[in-house]
Design a binder for this molecule. Structure first.
Ligand code: ZN
Length: 427
């Protein structure tokens, strides 16, 4: 038996309500015991004095760019970025090339991820080639290992296709993850439509583009009783729609991303493509509403929408593709913007980043209960660091947090009880 003893940590496990100074014993890759002052003669010891030990982060919205655009990221580099950020479960989106719309692509991703420093859970496309027309073979995709379906990057274009998808997915126990956007309202916009877009003279995307999409999928879920998960919520209107739907008992869940609770469209005044993503950065009022949504449970998960693009891709502000990276900064962004100012507790942040997304998707993660996989993050919750592109582990450097001081530094990440990241390096 292989034994590893994490000594003297402040253990926080939202799943079992543990918040105490304790030791954690890992036996053969699984949580074996949590108790004070353990002495285990044949165990290797990690001294975690002054550090927090928690279930590894579950990032339910990641683009690994593999297959097809591996100059931006690949499975291995994306999982290294994950490990450096304390992320042990990566849920990857299907807008790869080829699209993840058939069993072969899913099986290939799972096969190539088997030795990566994070667990990888592929999401399959809802429609063939993400074209919004005919549904993929959900049953075959699930059998190959897909854990959810989404056309992320694009909305499922018609309500009828979305309703069919929700029905089929429910029969198979797959969650539908919806990128809510009405493309007819985008009108060539590249950032939030508002004072800043007018000031710098570029076309804006009206917030209604997101909110019409959110309202549509909530209407479908409300009328049918079938569940839907709303991705990357960014506006006050979307938060209000989800809050109202939940009060009415509609089976809807929602996620947001660190950039939506921390950054505003004022950054676009720099005309830097690294601040462009879809949905776009909004206003301070939206940031406040997203934080309120996280506080009151309207939004139940934080994911990154990690979307790597090369410096060349991002060089031209107006024509740059949308997307920002986030795997290595999400925990620190949450601590800095939500915990430090007192909006939520650290335990609640870990629920939003680990326990809740694992529960939404049915992933065996997000908990330190006895016999669960020892996927663990050990971090200093108060240490500050400045985000600089050259210390990141992924292939792309398009972080909107560059130059910012964040608090919360990952010291060690364990996957199935094995150390995969330690003090700045992949192990
Ligand atoms: Zn999306």
């Amino acid at each position: 038996m292989e034994k590893l003893l994490i000594k003297d940590a402040f253990i926080i496990d939202p799943a079992t309500n543990i918040q105490d100074k304790l030791d954690l014993l890992i036996v053969d890759g699984r949580v074996g015991a949590i108790a004070p002052g353990m002495v285990v003669e044949d165990a290797q010891v990690i001294n975690a004095h002054g550090l927090v030990c928690a279930p590894g982060i579950v990032d339910m919205h990641v683009h690994l760019r593999d297959p097809g655009q591996t100059y931006k990221e690949d499975i291995q580099s994306g999982c290294c970025a994950a490990a450096a950020g304390g992320v042990t479960s990566v849920v990857c989106m299907p807008n790869t090339q080829p699209v993840c719309d058939n069993a072969e692509v899913i099986a290939d991703i799972i096969n190539r991820a088997s030795n990566a420093p994070a667990h990888v859970y592929p999401v399959a496309a809802v429609t063939k080639s993400l074209e919004g027309q005919s549904l993929t073979d959900f049953s075959a995709l699930k059998a190959a290992g897909a854990i959810a379906v989404s056309d992320d990057g694009r909305p499922v274009s018609t309500p009828s296709a979305m309703m069919d998808a929700m029905e089929k997915a429910e029969l198979l126990g797959l969650k539908v993850l919806s990128h809510c956007e009405d493309l007819s309202l985008v009108r060539g916009g590249i950032m939030n439509d508002g004072d800043v877009s007018r000031k710098i003279g570029v076309s804006g995307i009206h917030r209604a583009a997101e909110e019409v999409g959110t309202a549509r999928d909530i209407a479908l879920a409300g009328a049918t009783g079938l569940p839907v998960h709303i991705c990357h919520v960014s506006t006050r209107g979307s938060v209000a729609l989800i809050r109202d739907a939940k009060r009415r008992g509609v089976p809807v869940t929602g996620e947001t991303a660190p950039h939506y609770f921390m950054l505003t469209d004022q950054l676009l005044e720099k005309r830097d493509g690294d601040y462009r993503m879809n949905p776009p950065l909004r206003t301070q009022d939206d940031v406040t509403a997203v934080i309120e949504g996280l506080q009151d449970g309207t939004l139940s998960a934080i994911a990154t929408d990690h979307a790597p693009h090369s410096p060349g891709d991002k060089a031209d502000f107006v024509h740059a593709p949308n997307g920002v990276i986030g795997l290595e900064t999400s925990l620190a962004a949450g601590i800095t913007a939500l915990v430090k100012p007192g909006y939520i507790t650290l335990s609640k942040l870990l629920a939003l980043m680990s326990t809740n997304p694992a529960n939404i998707l049915g992933i065996p993660a997000g908990s330190l209960k006895i016999d669960s996989p020892a996927d663990i993050v050990i971090f200093d919750s108060s240490q500050g660091w400045t985000v600089s592109a050259d210390r990141l582990h992924g292939k792309s450097k398009n972080t909107p947090f560059k130059g910012m001081m964040l608090y919360g530094s990952v010291k060690m990440t364990l996957l199935d009880g094995r150390v995969v990241y330690k003090n700045g390096s992949i192990v």
